[in-house]
Design a binder for this molecule. Structure first.
Ligand SMILES: [Fe+2]
Length: 309
């Protein structure tokens, strides 16, 4: 029986609560609010995010992955509606979340901000050393979801992300252990994980280092958001090609030059001694999500142990 995973990202749930940028004032928030009213609100539509959630639930996936940017300017009033949106996917154990740069748009105290998403970031395994401990690892059947935290408060004109040496090191170790145990390793990160995948001011600053980790220890699939575009790449690793897949914004109407909202379904199977992962895109088109043709992703390492899908 295959394990079916849904992936979406960059909900940028609106509308912005009235006056949100003025309470707990921060210049970056004000600039963000102005930009939201000028641009985003025409393209990022909460009704599309709700339609996406309905369409995902209709697929009855075994698990759902969200790659962050669920809010806009990290106004304190944004977090409770965002939490409620995620809660609409069902049990906490069913959905895994990694934060994006907009979720830490300004430096919000943890208990006023990211703590709202803790139920979807809880780790089944302890990560050595780093505190707060990332990556967060969740084990579901023979699939290991490895969420990284690249979100850090940024200066007003930047949307970069950073993992830092501790998290990179912990990620390398975790991926190696999970490989030995025969899990299908799925990495979840907000920022595109490879160098050159985003302009400098929006990039993961240690993408070069993450690329080395992935090339060395491998994974079976990497999922990301941030660019609001479909991105598909096969990274060469020591154990074969690794699919790196980015998904458009979950609430995009597709207006102007924006790519319309989409989510991706992944069907994970063990074929002989290898993981086989097929992908089916679902794209917002004329008021509903349309299922596209499915295709098999380039496959990675042989399965180490006797895990059966
Ligand atoms: Fe982002």
């Amino acid at each position: 029986v295959s394990f079916r995973l849904a992936h979406f990202s960059d909900v940028h749930l609106g509308p912005l609560p009235f006056g949100a940028a003025f309470r707990h004032f921060a210049t970056k928030r004000l600039i963000g609010a102005v930009s939201w009213h000028a641009r985003r609100k025409w393209n990022q539509r909460p009704d599309i995010a709700i339609a996406l959630r309905d369409a995902v639930l209709a697929e009855a996936p075994d698990h759902v992955v969200c790659s962050g940017d669920i809010v806009n300017i990290a106004a304190r009033e944004e977090f409770a509606p965002a939490r409620d949106f995620l809660a609409g996917f069902g049990a906490f154990e069913q959905l895994t979340f990694a934060p994006g740069n907009h979720d830490t748009y300004v430096d919000v105290p943890y208990n006023k901000g990211l703590s709202h998403f803790e139920p979807w970031m809880a780790s089944d395994l302890k990560t050595p050393q780093a505190d707060p401990a990332w990556p967060r690892i969740r084990l579901r059947r023979n699939v290991a979801l490895v969420s990284l935290n690249s979100a850090q408060p940024q200066k007003y004109n930047l949307a970069q992300g950073t993992l830092g040496p501790q998290q990179l090191d912990a990620t390398a170790k975790a991926l190696a252990v999970l490989r030995e145990r025969g899990f299908c390793r799925i990495v979840n990160i907000h920022h595109p994980p490879l160098p050159g995948f985003a302009p400098d001011r929006k990039a993961l600053t240690d993408a070069e280092e993450l690329k080395s980790v992935l090339a060395d220890v491998g994974a079976e699939l990497v999922l990301h958001g941030h660019n609001h575009k479909t991105m598909m790449h096969a990274l060469k690793t020591r154990s074969g090609p690794l699919a790196v897949i980015g998904v458009p914004s979950a609430s995009s109407s597709g207006a102007g030059h924006h790519e319309a909202a989409a989510f991706h379904m992944f069907s994970i199977n063990r074929q002989n001694r290898e993981w086989q992962i097929a992908m089916t895109p679902h794209r917002w088109h004329e008021g509903r999500f349309i299922k596209g043709a499915d295709f098999v992703l380039p496959s990675g390492a042989p399965v180490r142990q006797n895990q059966s899908a």
